[in-house]
Design a protein around this ligand. Sequence first.
Ligand code: SF4
Length: 202
Amino acid sequence: MKIAEIFYSLQGEGVRQGAPCLFVRLSGCNLSCRWCDTKEALGGGIAMSEDYILEQCWRQNPRYVCITGGEPLIQTEALLPLLASLAKRGTVIDIETNGTIDFAPVQQYASVCMDVKCPSSGEKSDLSLLAKIRAKDSVKFVVADVEDCRYAHGVMDKHPIAGPVFFSPVFGADTAPIVRYILTNSLPVRFQVQLHKVLGVK
Ligand code: SF4
């Protein structure tokens, strides 16, 4: 498996925001978002065996592991045995994905956090995948402006989403119009800033 980094920090986003978490960041991505904040994970990476990754995990003995990227699901085949080993130990697992690759094969082991790409990213997710989101999964819209909010609103109207939905502003964006949009339209979402960026940690 190609890995960009393995590190221990607080989860900055989603339903487990603030929880201690071991992050396994896989290398490589099939998209090129305008405001990508993990450019170091877009290519290259270090080849690591499943045993080596598990050894790093057990050393920290985390209750919770987040598999992220890049786009981790471009390595789904190699990822499945790792997920099975983590799940066998009772580890809580989240997988962050850009919503372009079918995540059904990993849902037996993990909760999925689908990042639905908005117009400001210059990319697009596969919206048909929203039908596969369960109550234990979640959806995130990274929004830069009101146009992104309108897009996300339209997606939610057309695609009922079973799990919690987050609006996460692009770091540094003007948040006031985004908050106003959520309140004016009484959107069933949670506004959430990226905690790790506020704290200045990874
Ligand atoms: S999907 Fe994620 S990792 Fe890939 S380019 Fe977009 S923001 Fe970066």
